[in-house]
Design a protein. Structure first.
Length: 221
């Protein structure tokens, strides 16, 4: 409890760093992606598979592409989107050719109609939004919405990262769940409370990253 209080006080009293590029390649480098455990992502992917049984799947901000790779191995038509150069150095070859390199801060409309040309039954967008500066929120959500055919699995951290105020800072826009639900509603997304509860219940007892637990919000368009 004391540690949590100290963390909260530190977050409140430390200013966010003024960084021109919040996706600094010196932060999102090979070290970020080289030691990730495929098994952790497989467990998450299996929850997606069991709850949604998707025909196709898109993972936005897919990092190493491990969840997409797992679902591809199960016969799901799967693609991904990732912005960091270094992530592509650590993707399985089976999924790499299916991952588009795009920046969420830029309008995807032209690229979408020229290259992607489709929506996906299930789109995953977890632990990404908090990494963008607040001024990119609307274009980010518009980009995501272009791809959602039915369900969006989303998490948006409400916490600052431990590196706040330093060159290693990764979170620039944490938001509370209530804010996220209301924001997404304005973009035409309906919050699916029962599905969100079911997803979180399924994942909470698994050996996966803590930042996935009790954070998942499911939306429908």
């Amino acid at each position: 409890m004391i540690g949590k209080i100290k963390r909260i006080v530190k977050e409140k009293t430390t200013s966010s760093i003024e960084k021109e590029n919040e996706f600094d390649p010196n932060v999102y480098n090979d070290e970020q992606y080289c030691n990730r455990d495929h098994n952790v992502y497989d467990r998450y992917g299996n929850v997606v598979l069991e709850l949604f049984k998707p025909v196709d799947y898109m993972d936005i901000g897919c990092a190493n592409g491990f969840v997409a790779d797992f679902l591809l191995s199960k016969g799901i038509d799967t693609n991904g989107i990732e912005g960091a150069d270094a992530a592509f150095n650590h993707m399985p070859e089976t999924i790499k050719s299916r991952v588009h390199q795009l920046d969420l801060r830029e309008d995807w409309t032209e690229y979408f109609y020229s290259n992607i040309k489709r929506k996906y039954e299930v789109v995953n967008f977890t632990e990404v939004a908090e990494h963008l500066k607040p001024e990119h929120e609307d274009i980010m959500i518009n980009n995501v919405k272009m791809l959602v055919g039915k369900f969006l699995i989303m998490s948006w951290s409400n916490e600052w990262c431990p590196y706040k105020g330093t060159d290693k800072q990764e979170h620039f826009n944490p938001r509370e769940k209530k804010y996220v639900i209301e924001k997404m509603k304005r973009f035409g997304f309906d919050y699916q409370e029962s599905m969100s509860i079911e997803f979180n219940k399924s994942i909470n007892n698994l050996d996966v990253y803590e930042h996935w637990k009790n954070t998942i919000l499911v939306f429908k368009v």
